[in-house]
Design a protein around this ligand. Structure first.
Ligand code: ADE
Length: 329
């Protein structure tokens, strides 16, 4: 996109130079004619005034274009907004509270909030739970708002035993854990195809931006039975399926098959839709539970804290992206 804008600009510059050359030629000819006394001073002044008017008009057009262009520069490098999706309203709360110049638009029952977060143009939407809702919302987001990149922010069940509530996983890759073949031998993950890889890799530029966030973000300390602890941030594999996992047997199976660190219900669906449309996408999740027998109680207890941590991380990510704006898929 950036290259296209560059080419367009160079094209306009060349056209301008050509026009400028023509004007000089005309001025030269006109000057000669005037020396020959072919036109009088009134006509001369009339032409000068018309030229003056044209110059002012040109200046006004430039100013109007610059004013119209300026707000677009607050988005990604080519003026497109950053799309931010969550599954649940709790996960959107902090982001929504920080949103400036808020406007709402609804398509197929999905409400999108547009505005500015940390000085950057954004579009926010809450998809609802599960892969179908997530894919539908992602498709609408891409089709209606053409974001430069998409971030999914929310909570997840921890599969990596080192993770505790509040910790953040930056998704290096995502996969659908419930998409595949079920035979007498058990479940086999989908065979990758050209349009649907098993794993969707997050773009390096977004991951590097997330690493910078990890080094400077301030996350709320988590109250545990052993006192308070500061949440950790790791890079890891995030897997997605249409089930809330609350089973140690399933945790062991998912860890074995996908080498995954966290499990949730939307990320890979959004990442796949974005990947198919060549839009950079990254999933950020904060741990709300350990997907074990106590998962549901932990989820209810930690959702607010984990959702806020993920949102805070995402806000800081927007600040970093503003400093380092260009993102390619
Ligand atoms: N989101 C948060 N916790 C989860 C879990 N245990 N399973 C699936 N999605 C989740």
């Amino acid at each position: 996109m950036f290259r296209n804008y560059g080419e367009k600009y160079i094209g306009q510059e060349n056209a301008g130079q050509k026009h400028y050359r023509q004007k000089n030629k005309w001025q030269k000819n006109w000057g000669q004619k005037n020396v020959g006394g072919k036109i009088g001073w009134q006509e001369y002044l009339g032409r000068e005034n018309r030229r003056g008017n044209m110059t002012s008009l040109f200046q006004i057009v430039i100013v109007v274009l610059a004013v119209a262009w300026w707000p677009l520069c607050a988005g990604s490098s080519d003026g497109r907004p950053t799309g931010i999706l969550t599954a649940l309203p709790e996960e959107m709360q902090v982001l929504s509270q920080h949103l400036k110049d808020k406007r709402m638009r609804t398509f197929l029952g999905v409400t999108f909030q547009t505005g500015k977060l940390e000085g950057r143009k954004v579009v926010l939407a809450t998809s609802g739970i599960g892969k179908v809702n997530a894919a539908k919302t992602a498709a609408l987001l891409l089709d209606r708002f053409h974001p430069g990149e998409v971030i999914f922010s929310g909570v997840a069940g921890g599969l990596n035993p080192d993770l505790a509530p509040g910790d953040i996983v930056i998704g290096t890759r995502t996969a659908q854990h419930d998409f595949g073949k079920l035979t007498e031998r058990g479940f086999e993950p989908q065979t990758p195809t050209a349009e649907t890889p098993l794993f969707i890799e997050a773009p390096g530029e977004l991951l590097r931006a997330a690493d910078r966030v990890a080094a400077r973000v301030k996350l709320a300390p988590v109250l545990t039975t052993h006192g308070t602890r500061t949440p950790r941030v790791i890079r890891g594999v995030i897997i997605t399926g249409d089930v809330f996992v609350a089973s140690p047997t399933k945790v062991a199976e998912l860890r074995e098959t996908f080498k995954a660190d966290a499990v949730e219900m939307e990320g890979a669906a959004v990442a796949l839709v974005c990947w198919q449309q060549r839009v950079p996408c990254m999933v950020i999740r904060s741990i709300s539970d350990k997907a074990d027998v106590g998962a549901w109680e932990d989820f209810e207890r930690f959702i607010k804290m984990a959702a806020d941590n993920s949102a805070r991380f995402t806000l800081e990510l927007l600040r970093v992206l503003k400093e380092q704006p260009k993102v390619t898929p």
